[in-house]
Design a protein around this ligand. Structure first.
Ligand code: AMP
Ligand code: MG
Length: 351
């Protein structure tokens, strides 16, 4: 299958820009498109065969459910049942935006979209291209991140092409995405609200609406603890991983810089290709390997927006060992570290 890339001008969106994408979606095919978080690989959420195509194009495990994207808050009443007041409150505050809400699944939604779960994940994206695509198609769009399963999520159309060329007919290219990490996921299907995946919307922001919201144990764990079952099935898989192995160093700035310099030097002497993932504040202090600066610690959004792209660059450079600084902070750092820890297979060294 040939994969077409269609550039979309955000400054002047026209219905015509979406005609081909809408036609493909209505026929049960797949289209990749930008959202404010990462690029998504979309298909008709109510069409079990379209969902099957998404799993197959990505090589995604079948028990890893898809997020259903909507263009109107009221659509939750079509897709879910027994909807608590909290859902309405969250939607009013954070939609459209980077928050996914898990609710009890309504009958309309096929099991293949929810990976067989009795719950459904729903999000209303704020990106204008995503919103217009959903509206023009008149469908609910199931869309996981548009990467090959296991690889870093895609933040540019070029990344989608790298991973999925030949597997999907169309990519809408809306340029680089602003946030760069996937949505925060909140589960409202049980007795208490639980954050299953940290994202751009932080715990603190959610607490303003839901004072009793907490992180799932699997989110805050620093180990891949087999006894803690991830409630978001996707979170149990090795994820976001470049081909090289990542080690995260945690400690005082001086200790981290010196440990990484020493480790990088040793590996280079052994003949390996080595890289360092740092913040801009410290990047000048690294002396060995390919040093990639993900952004400034004082602007965490930059680091979030660049993380997946930097991980992909390590693959392009055929890097075998990556030494990363820790980005653990109370706010967006929770989401950044969650992805980095998974990419590193929880390999963290305290110095
Ligand atoms: P992605 O769209 O690639 O960011 O992946 C979607 C994430 O949402 C995965 O981690 C899924 O496990 C999670 N997810 C989707 N639907 C549900 C659900 N019904 N219950 C719990 N987690 C879900
Ligand atoms: Mg994903």
């Amino acid at each position: 299958m040939e994969t077409k890339v269609k550039k979309i001008n955000r400054e002047a969106l026209c219905k015509e820009d979406f005609a081909e994408a809408v036609k493909i979606l209505k026929q049960g095919g797949l289209v990749a498109f930008p959202t404010e978080t990462v690029y998504g690989l979309g298909g008709d959420a109510l069409d079990a065969e379209a969902a099957a195509k998404i799993y197959s194009a990505k090589g995604r495990p079948l028990d890893n459910p898809l997020i259903v994207h909507i263009a109107d808050k009221e659509d939750i009443y079509q897709l879910a049942k027994d909807i608590p007041d909290a859902a309405r409150k969250l939607a009013d505050k954070f939609w459209p935006g980077p928050l996914t809400i898990i609710l009890k699944k309504g009958q309309l939604v096929p099991n293949s979209t929810t990976g067989g779960l009795a719950t459904v994940a729903i999000r209303m994206p704020s990106d204008q291209i995503a919103a217009m695509l959903i509206r023009e198609s008149g469908l609910y769009i199931a869309a996981p991140s548009a990467n090959a399963s296991g690889r870093p999520s895609t933040t540019r159309a070029e990344h989608v092409y790298e991973d999925l060329a030949g597997r999907i007919p169309l990519i809408l290219d809306g340029g680089p995405v602003p946030i760069g990490l996937e949505s925060t996921i909140v589960d409202l299907s049980g007795e208490h609200p639980i954050i299953l995946r940290p994202g751009y919307i932080t715990l603190e922001q959610l607490k303003e609406i839901l004072p009793d919201v907490v992180y799932d144990r699997a989110v805050v764990s620093r180990h891949q603890d087999v006894n803690i079952v991830a409630k978001a099935p996707g979170m149990k898989y090795r994820h976001y991983a470049p081909k090289g192995s990542i080690t995260i160093y945690e400690g005082t700035e001086d200790a981290v810089v010196s440990a990484i310099n020493q480790q990088a030097k040793e590996k280079i002497e052994q003949g390996y290709r080595v890289a360092v993932l740092s913040a801009s504040e410290t990047s000048g202090r690294y002396q060995y390997g390919l040093v990639k600066n993900a952004g400034a610690r004082c602007k965490e959004q930059q680091i979030a927006a660049n993380l997946f792209e930097v991980l992909r660059e390590f693959d392009e450079e055929k890097i075998e060992f990556i030494y990363a600084e820790s980005f653990d902070t109370a706010q967006l750092g929770q989401a950044i570290m969650n992805r980095l820890l998974k990419a590193a297979g929880y390999h963290i060294v305290r110095v």
